[in-house]
Design a protein around this ligand. Structure first.
Ligand SMILES: Nc1ncnc2c1ncn2[C@@H]1O[C@H](COP(=O)(O)OP(=O)(O)O)[C@@H](O)[C@H]1O
Ligand SMILES: [Mg+2]
Length: 261
């Protein structure tokens, strides 16, 4: 099947702290290193993807909030920032984004705000990656409505494994009601530490579970302190420390993602 010119990918998991934002930033940057152009759209009011790409969020700054709310006035050009790394752009988030759920409660076409807003940019990048907040909110629904694909990071811990059922149900409902074209491209184990039995057990369950094994990527993202340190420093790990496990794992993920298209 011919690939679409722009792949629009959501990184989603209703749990917090499973490595979603790290995946958005580092997969994005690793794809840029592979020669692709990437736009990251930060749909989490906590704006960790924006900050992790070295862009400081200020109160008066234009952001995705302006594009999806009725209050905002800024244009897409205002909300689109270049990062220090050519080929890697971001539409910034803003804490005000947290209010959209309430603001848009009765609004027409409220699920399609993001999809309509970024339409002018589709075709201009090889990949658009959408970060989501850790809850099933209107923001996440907007992401699922806009995306073609979902990547699911799964922390190799029991609570995260058990929560996959709920996430898969949610994606099924979105496919049935909002976006029939939405596909789960892959499930990626994160925070893997081979010394820990619990991590090895969860990996084994992912590999053998009928629901998940067909979606499981070969790439495993290991626990690696450099990933956290690079986010703190506002740099993707592949540009921060090339020799780290984090950089290696995310380079592998980028290559596997390109093959899986
Ligand atoms: N593979 C990893 N190894 C170590 N720390 C990580 C890894 N992935 C993410 N982190 C760190 O763990 C924390 C939570 O990850 P994050 O990507 O923000 O999760 P989420 O977006 O799902 O809430 C962050 O401080 C992040 O830098
Ligand atoms: Mg996050």
């Amino acid at each position: 099947m011919a690939k679409k010119p722009t792949r629009i990918v959501a990184v989603a998991n209703e749990k917090g702290g499973v490595g979603k934002t790290a995946m958005v930033i580092n997969l994005g940057a690793a794809l840029v290193k592979e020669g692709k152009t990437v736009l990251i759209v930060d749909m989490d009011p906590q704006h960790n993807a924006t900050s992790g790409l070295g862009i400081e969020v200020a109160d008066e700054m234009a952001s995705v909030y302006d594009l999806i709310s009725d209050e905002g006035e800024a244009s897409i050009a205002d909300a689109l920032f270049s990062t220090k790394w050519p080929g890697l752009d971001v539409i910034a988030s803003h804490p005000d984004l947290a209010g959209t759920e309430v603001e848009l409660v009765d609004a027409e076409g409220r699920e399609d705000r993001l999809k309509n807003a970024i339409q002018p940019l589709v075709g201009k990048y090889d990949v658009i990656i959408l970060d989501t907040p850790p809850s099933l909110s209107l923001l996440t629904i907007n992401v699922f409505s806009c995306a073609d694909e979902v990547l699911v990071p799964c922390q190799t811990q029991p609570y995260s494994f058990n929560a996959l059922t709920g996430l898969f149900d949610t994606i099924g409902e979105v496919q049935a009601e909002i976006n029939p074209a939405l596909d789960i491209t892959g499930l990626i184990p994160t925070f893997f530490d081979r010394r820990l039995r619990v991590c090895r057990d969860i990996l084994e369950r992912l590999k053998t579970d009928e629901r998940y094994k067909g979606l499981l990527f070969n790439t495993i993202i290991r626990s690696n302190i450099t990933i956290a340190a690079s986010a703190e420093a506002g740099k993707p790990v592949v540009f921060y420390r090339t020799s780290s496990f984090g950089a290696k794992d995310y380079t592998g993920l980028a290559r596997e993602f390109l093959m899986a298209g």
